[in-house]
Design a protein around this ligand. Structure first.
Ligand code: SDX
Length: 431
């Protein structure tokens, strides 16, 4: 009997089965042999929300939730945050290795070639209501990109696939900036390929049309935004990565798959939490009101937004880095008065048994919004910034899924709880 195996006795039949253990898992399909008779379909696993199910093999991101460890392709997030750029990290996450200088220069040059979007897309964005949420605009316009590129469905052609990757990474910031400019009633700014990836994004957001020939991003804010994008680049099999993989598994093109992933991220339990944190801090209003708010959370009235995580049962390493980065931003912009409320909330929560027993710590969304707001972003843009940065991770997850010979179209099973068969009743006979 191999030691890496599970011996299962089915007490319904007295039969025993040996199921191999590999990588800390058993294959769910190995349970199908466990039957009570020839007509029995065999055992399945039941795992709502995939609390304990590995859906894939992945080499992109490693998280140790208990130790608060996060690594992209083996590199600790703390080292990438200190030394890398978002563009370099996006290359690493997607291609698996840090680029050489020549590769990085070529990557930057090629991406800059794809910042521009078809002029028609402006009409698309113009069609949105004046107060349309920028995330709703981004989900729609990214999906619309699939209508411009016929080769987008040629997903197993590596040259065509690389072309879509460059288009997505190049154009998502432009679409994000267009959504912002529309929500402000401002004319769209064309991309400026002479600027850095983040600098160009800032220029498309904040260049004052006509008032300045060339936008010069504040280097401290440019660096802070670049750092935030690094921290948000990927996070293994989260809800939006799962959406990207599931939609991509039907061999839909990468644009509509990214639109699906962005739609998942939009939810307040996922990427939408950074916007909810600011609303929560405003609702609390002052440090003195924190204990009362925490009391309501503990009574189950609402959740502490920006706290808790499915995987991290320790402090989210990204939240630590963001909290430190906040100071450099506030030195330029002036501090955000909500920071004191956030720090008091963290101080009290981390010593309260309700949060400690449930291992609820600040996550990536707890402090990021404070920086975004201090930089001048409205809360409605916070999740758009998250989606912009996570586009690299979604692409990496999508490409890894496509090239994984074990993967096929995602199609879970169910436990049927509905009616057994019953005869149709004509409408005049129904009670
Ligand atoms: C992101 O997956 C990722 O990697 C996501 C992400 C990424 O980079 O992609 O890291 C980004 O989405 C971060 C999470 C942002 N969301 C929030 O901050 C929203 C608030 N947090 C939660 O709703 C919650 O913590 C989740 C959704 C993040 C995780 O939920 P789980 O793992 O499903 O945990 P759960 O809902 O089963 O809760 C376990 C217990 C429950 O209490 P009991 O029912 O056992 O008494 O903890 C409680 C929950 O009520 N709980 C909270 C809480 N989060 C969980 N109680 C108060 N406040 C909270 N925030």
């Amino acid at each position: 009997m191999p030691k890496d195996s599970l011996s299962i006795t089915d007490n319904r039949t007295g039969k025993t089965y040996e199921v191999p253990i590999a990588d800390g898992t058993i294959r769910a399909m190995d349970l199908r042999q466990i039957k009570t008779g020839a007509d029995d379909f065999g055992l399945m696993t039941y795992d709502p929300a995939f609390m304990n199910t590995a859906s894939c093999r992945s080499a992109i991101t490693f998280i140790d939730g208990d130790k608060g460890i996060l690594r992209y392709r083996g590199y600790p997030i703390e080292e990438l945050a200190a030394h890398s750029t978002y563009l370099e990290t996006a290359y690493l996450v997607i291609n698996g290795e840090l680029p050489t200088k020549a590769q990085l220069d070529e990557w930057q040059f090629q991406l800059a070639d794809h910042y521009i979007v078809h002029e028609n897309l402006k009409k698309f964005v113009d069609g949105f209501h004046y107060n349309a949420h920028p995330m709703g605009m981004l989900v729609s316009t990214v999906g619309a990109l699939s209508t411009y590129y016929e080769d987008s469905k040629d997903i197993f052609n590596p040259v065509a696939r690389q072309h879509q990757i460059l288009r997505l990474l190049g154009k998502v910031p432009t679409l994000a900036a267009y959504a912002y400019r529309h929500s402000r009633g401002l004319p769209y700014e064309y991309p400026d390929p002479r600027l850095s990836y983040v600098g160009n994004f800032m220029a498309m957001l904040w260049k004052r049309t006509g008032a300045e020939e060339r936008y010069a991003p504040n280097p401290v804010l440019e660096r802070a935004l670049d750092l935030l994008f690094i921290l948000h680049a990927d996070h293994e099999q989260n809800c939006s990565a799962n959406a990207m993989r599931a939609v991509g598994s039907s061999h839909a093109d990468p644009y509509v798959s990214v639109a699906a992933a962005a739609a998942a991220l939009y939810g307040p339990l996922h990427g939408g939490a950074n916007e909810e944190v600011l609303k929560m801090l405003r609702e609390i209003g002052s440090k003195d009101a924190v204990p009362g708010y925490i009391k309501r959370v503990k009574q189950g009235e609402m959740r502490l937004m920006g706290f808790g995580h499915r995987v991290y049962k320790n402090y989210d390493p990204r939240a630590k880095i963001i909290r430190e980065a906040a100071h450099s931003v506030f030195n330029v912009t002036g501090t955000n008065p909500l920071l004191d409320i956030a720090l008091e909330l963290e101080r009290i929560a981390l010593s309260d048994e309700y949060f400690v027993s449930r291992k609820l710590y600040p996550n990536v969304d707890f402090y990021s919004g404070l920086i975004y707001e201090a930089m001048g972003f409205p809360t409605s843009m916070f999740t758009v910034l998250f989606a912009l940065a996570r586009t690299a991770g979604w692409i990496a997850q999508w490409q890894e899924m496509l090239l994984d010979k074990e993967q096929k179209i995602a199609r879970p099973r169910q436990i049927f709880t509905g009616h057994a068969t019953r005869a149709y009743v004509p409408v005049d006979k129904r009670k």
